[in-house]
Design a protein around this ligand. Structure first.
Ligand SMILES: [Zn+2]
Ligand SMILES: [Zn+2]
Length: 288
């Protein structure tokens, strides 16, 4: 058994859904996951729920998750653990464990939403605290350059490999069918990629034109967020050598290109060189 209590922060919004989920894990002393914004009333509720706070961990350094940590640490004397901790905090690395009275949370590097994003894993009950990498409802925001879709897809697969029984997301309801949720997340991004490539099949398009085509049934006020997501996909496809950046006047446009075949082995080449990664490495080794 692992005691996990959720305390909802009073910061609802488009990205925050009902607000940030702060989790109190274990009992006196407890580990607090993401204290949320620096809100006195919220932090009092967290303290009351925890009885005693032994450690504070942060999934990432965003204003809806991290700022409350400094005040909570000052009030309780607990140490803040994060990949990018505030002054005085402790810097976590992938695989590090934070333990309190028999409860242990292991840091799982899950970059993508941000470069410093980390999920926390309790092996005993197979619980995963996912911050903004997986939400209880809707999809995670991948907003370049902070957001990186290539890293994010890798992180989704890494979380899937853990095979969690429960996901405690940074926003929205607790997820009791994590395998399905993670498959949905992976498939959602694959579907967007197909839509973008299909829209580019008719010729070069700007980000705005792609958003108009793909998100035509969504209200205009989500189009800005959608444009960030489309940009994230285009950066991935560009890195893979599957789209090319072109120009139409001052406006950047993108068009799809056939990946070139490797000059040695014929497999598709990612990037600009004549050889695939494997053959490039071999060529380097041969030339000593
Ligand atoms: Zn965030
Ligand atoms: Zn968030």
């Amino acid at each position: 058994m692992l005691r996990v209590a959720r305390v909802l922060a009073p910061n609802p919004g488009v990205r925050e859904l009902e607000g940030t989920n702060t989790y109190v894990v274990g009992e006196a002393p407890a580990i607090v996951v993401d204290p949320g914004p620096d809100d006195e009333g919220h932090l009092e509720e967290v303290r009351g729920t925890a009885a005693r706070v032994g450690a504070i961990v942060l999934t990432h350094d965003h204003p809806d998750h991290a700022p409350g940590a400094v005040r909570l640490a000052a009030l309780t004397g607990a140490t803040i653990h994060a990949f990018r901790p505030p002054t005085g905090g402790s810097r976590l690395r992938d695989g590090d464990a934070v333990s309190c009275d028999g409860v242990s949370l292991t840091a799982i590097a899950t970059p993508g939403h941000t470069p410093d994003h980390v999920a926390f894993w309790n092996e005993t009950v197979r619980a995963l605290f996912t911050g903004d990498a997986v939400l209880g409802r809707g999809t995670s925001v991948i907003d370049p350059p902070e957001g990186d879709l290539v890293a994010y897809l890798r992180s989704l697969n890494r979380m899937k490999e853990l095979d969690p029984r429960t996901i405690y997301p940074g926003h929205g309801p607790i997820v009791f069918d994590p395998a399905r949720k993670l498959d949905e997340y992976i498939e959602h991004r694959a579907m967007r990629e197909r839509e973008i490539l299909a829209a580019l099949a008719d010729g070069a398009r700007s980000v705005e034109e792609l958003v108009q085509t793909i998100y035509s049934e969504y209200p205009a006020d989500v189009h800005e967020l959608a444009a960030r997501s489309v940009t994230a996909h285009l950066l991935k496809l560009h890195a893979e050598g599957r789209v090319e950046r072109t120009k139409r006047g001052d406006e950047a446009t993108y068009r799809s290109i056939q990946p070139r075949a490797c000059a040695r082995c014929g497999r598709p080449v990612r990037g600009k060189g004549p050889l695939c990664t494997k053959c490039s490495v071999e060529a380097l080794q041969e030339s000593g």
